[in-house]
Design a protein around this ligand. Structure first.
Ligand SMILES: Nc1ncnc2c1ncn2[C@@H]1O[C@H](COP(=O)(O)OP(=O)(O)OP(=O)(O)O)[C@@H](O)[C@H]1O
Length: 267
């Protein structure tokens, strides 16, 4: 299995419980969307999968390794095989787009090669190829702070694809994009994951995009898995239960209209 969480819990240092007894298994090439209300634990789950956090309880196996047992170089090698697409990619403002994309492989290069690449981009064609897939081939030498939020998000995606990870994670990867670009970008991520047989796990607030682009949907609420099922079996009842909000006075709008028990289909 590429990813296996068994009874995983996480408590933040301030005592806030973010995840409780989460079980999740992904085979190579499997694509899963994580959906759920604000504060459900989606980002915390992705940070555990990216090994920037370690579980407070339970067991987490990634790419046949257990991060909690790794230290130093072994942990760095595992991290270099995991690609995380951030909602707001950490791009140094004055850095050129080409350098930002090539930084995707810094963890795999020798220190000397990494330092040289920061000053003199060593693989401009490689960076241009990933940017072209995201319709940004003409921005290779622009500064990151001269791009829009959606363009910066696509540079972050190009960087993660250039990294050539064995596990692809994405935290709200299209939140700053217009609907057409968001649709195109999620199609691209799905294609890349299929071509390279990568497991892909993405958190999304846009339920319609999740249902359209991902064959499997995990609904997370208050740190627990409420459902884990094929996209074409997710019903409006599932979504209403997932997003129910007792504190909003206007009541909870149903995310999509129609028969509550009927599976929700996206065209
Ligand atoms: N650094 C932190 N320190 C303490 N508590 C945190 C921290 N980050 C998140 N939390 C808490 O953990 C819980 C899960 O947060 P998380 O960010 O994982 O949710 P989310 O589903 O990604 O939310 P959103 O959709 O709003 O981004 C929340 O209760 C949140 O307040």
């Amino acid at each position: 299995m590429s990813v296996r969480l068994s009874g995983v819990g996480y408590v933040h240092p301030n005592g806030q419980t973010a995840l409780q007894a989460v079980d999740l298994t992904l085979a190579p090439g499997e694509q899963v969307a994580i959906i759920g209300p604000s504060g459900a634990g989606k980002t915390t789950l992705l940070r555990l999968l990216a090994t920037s956090l370690l579980p407070s309880s339970g067991e987490l196996d990634l790419l046949n390794q257990r991060p909690a047992r790794l230290r130093g170089g072994a942990l760095r090698r595992l991290r270099s095989r995991i690609g995380l697409i951030h909602q707001s990619p950490p791009l140094p403002p004055r850095q050129r787009v080409v350098t930002a994309v090539l930084a995707g492989r810094l963890g795999q290069w020798s220190l000397l090669r990494a330092l040289v690449s920061l000053c003199y981009p060593l693989d401009i064609p490689g960076a241009r190829q990933e940017l072209a897939r995201l319709d940004l081939a003409d921005r290779v030498f622009e500064r990151c702070d001269q791009l829009s939020g959606g363009q910066q998000q696509r540079v972050g995606i190009a960087r993660t694809l250039y990294q050539r990870p064995d596990l692809l994670l994405a935290d709200e990867p299209v939140s700053a994009m217009d609907p057409v670009l968001a649709d195109h970008t999620l199609s691209l991520l799905g294609e890349v994951a299929r071509e390279r047989q990568l497991p892909l796990i993405a958190s999304l607030h846009a339920v319609d995009l999740a249902l359209k682009h991902f064959p499997r949907i995990v609904g997370l609420r208050a740190g627990k898995v409420l459902f884990d099922k094929p996209a074409d079996e997710v019903s409006e009842q599932d979504l209403t239960a997932l997003y129910a909000n007792s504190t909003l006075s206007a009541g909870t709008p149903r995310p999509l209209s129609g028969d509550p028990a009927r599976p929700v289909r996206c065209l």
